[in-house]
Design a protein around this ligand. Structure first.
Ligand code: CUA
Length: 333
């Protein structure tokens, strides 16, 4: 009962607070087309629950007659309840909802016009690769699990997958769209208000499906320009002996086989590009906040935090090396 109260309270509070995955609250651009449908579904569900509750209470409290007053089962009493409640009503309700869904989907435009910015997003088990194209080769950069966009800009997402089918879902910006290997889905998003819009993978894709989160950070054009200028730069050379030994460790251990840090010898491409990992909000696609302690925990035993991922445990590292590695990665802003 206490648990139930907790769930109800959370749901009620969620309706007031700007919940990160709110699909019914304030939504931007194309996601707005889905909100009325969501509200209609909620209202209809409430109506049906109230109706069923009334019927159940009525059935329970109804005066029961004696055995001889009841008709035998094969007399067919009450079969109309089964016909209307079990066949007619579901057909009417589900057909109606299907048609409404088709109408809502029809109003969503894949394209909002000429995009101001194009970003390639690739799903991996279990993280998101984000590639900013830019005009020239030197303008390109790659990041992970974090998409920065200017407020009000039309951003074209070119969505694909490197392994299995994932689904890109930022409830406050757009409906779910599948990331399919060997195929590119294109659609436009537009964030009308500054802020961090949370996203999830919405298609079961393996054991860590639940830990495949990302964020769309909508900021002013100036902040966005500053961010892209910083991301384009290669990693800063390490300042001081500790950071230098951290970088050396990164290049010498297996880190460099899977991860790239532009400007160093680390050129792996299996895992996320870590050139500016220090500037990111989270580690492991939203698994833990990006702090020095979490970085150390991640290096030592990522499998404990996110079992099944490709990152092995580096528990043979000694303390000073681990400290230096984490300090170096943290410094990569
Ligand atoms: Cu990727 Cu679920």
């Amino acid at each position: 009962m206490r648990r139930l109260c907790g769930i109800v309270a959370t749901a009620l509070l969620g309706a007031c607070a700007p919940a990160p995955f709110a699909t019914l609250g304030r939504v931007d651009a194309e996601a707005g087309a889905l909100a009325p449908l969501g509200w209609f579904l909620v209202a209809l569900s409430c109506l049906l629950i109230v109706g069923m509750t009334v019927l159940i209470v009525w059935g329970v409290r109804r005066r029961r007659g004696s055995l001889d007053r009841h008709l035998p089962v094969d007399a067919g009493g009450g079969q109309r309840w089964i016909l209307y409640g079990g066949v007619v009503m579901p057909v009417v309700v589900l057909t109606g909802l299907f048609l409404l869904t088709l109408v809502a989907l029809g109003t969503i435009r894949g394209s909002l016009g000429r995009p101001d910015l194009t970003i390639a997003v690739t799903g991996h088990q279990w993280w998101w690769q984000v590639d900013y194209a830019g005009d020239g080769l030197q303008d390109r950069f790659q990041t992970a699990n974090e998409i920065h966009v200017p407020v009000g800009a039309t951003v074209r997402i070119e969505l694909s997958s490197a392994d299995v089918i994932h689904s890109f879902w930022v409830p406050r910006l757009f409906g779910k769209l599948d990331a399919i290997p060997g195929h590119t889905n294109r659609f436009d998003i537009r964030a009308d208000r500054p802020g961090t819009y949370r996203g999830e993978c919405a298609e079961y894709c393996g054991v860590q499906h639940a830990h495949m989160r990302f964020a769309v950070v909508a900021e002013s054009q100036e902040a966005f320009d500053a961010w892209t200028a910083q991301q384009r730069e290669p990693a800063q050379p390490p300042a001081g002996p500790v950071l230098t030994s951290g970088r050396n460790a990164f290049e010498q251990y297996a880190c460099a086989l899977c991860h790239r840090v532009r400007g160093t010898a680390a050129r792996g491409s299996i895992g996320p590009d870590l050139t500016h990992i220090g500037s990111r909000l989270t580690l492991g696609a939203g698994r833990v906040p990006n702090t020095r302690a979490r970085l150390q925990a991640w290096i030592i035993d990522a499998q404990a935090l996110k079992p099944g991922i490709a990152m092995p445990a580096f528990d043979e590292l000694d303390g000073p090396t681990l400290d230096a590695l984490a300090a170096y990665l943290e410094s990569l802003e």
